[in-house]
Design a protein around this ligand. Sequence first.
Ligand code: CUA
Length: 306
Amino acid sequence: MLPPAKSTLAAETDALFNFINVASLIFLVGITIAIIYFSWKYRRRSDQDVTPVIAHNSKLEITWSVIPLVLVLIVFGRGFTGYIDNITPPDDAYEIRAVGKTWLWEFHYPNGHVSINELHVPAGRPVKLVMSSDDVIHSLYIPDFRVKMDVLPNRYTQLWFEAIEPGESTIFCAEYCGTAHSNMIATTYVYEEEEFVTWLASAGSADDSMDPVELGQELITRNACATCHSSDGTDLIGPTFQGLWQSEVVMQDGETVIADENYLRESILEPNARIVDGYDPVMPTFAGTLNDRQIEAIIEYIKTLE
Ligand code: CUA
């Protein structure tokens, strides 16, 4: 019924969830049976038309007050301690910055590496995400880890988890944030500690040896550009890349711009400087995410899409 429990916090969360469900089920069945039984027992009968007057029954009333009280206190106590565990990252937690943008997730590692829509973490070690949004409210949700926290503009929020073993888990955005909210999906890759160290050390260095066009195509996927921009002429949230190079682009204010290197570069770094007629100003900036070589590679790739 529940997704696999892949973090150290998941067991307690599931145990409390199951306790509440089982207790509710027992009461549902018990109360339903009692209603049916009493309806039958006290049905109108011709030989007995006067119902005896019952004012109260102290023993019974105390029983049906104390049992629910105890159950509710158990739920409160476990919920409270579980909540405290959930919001208090251990002091030695590995810190990763997470940024929500319309419509992608960006993760910044301590060595400066940035990955988009991919969260890489070590297993068996607490990981703390320090999160913020560049635009509207998002919410980072990893069902396998039983963690979810709102991601807000102008304020940092935190979330922590410890993945039990290597594997993959899906990250969703759990706060409606506009047109492509449902495409705001990322993957958590959990590695053994040594593998994680190796990954982090080599992350991004493969890019250096790649052909610019190939790298550009790879970056379009990796940076989730394809969520809004197609490469085959399909009109999505943003203009298509096909046939864009050296075309005349009409802006909202009627100005016409030739899609050259400068226009593409500006569109990546300052997407809201000029808005193409017929589209909304919803693209986040990639300044600080993409370096010059990467921007040039994306331009080289767009040039090939005639
Ligand atoms: Cu971001 Cu929904």
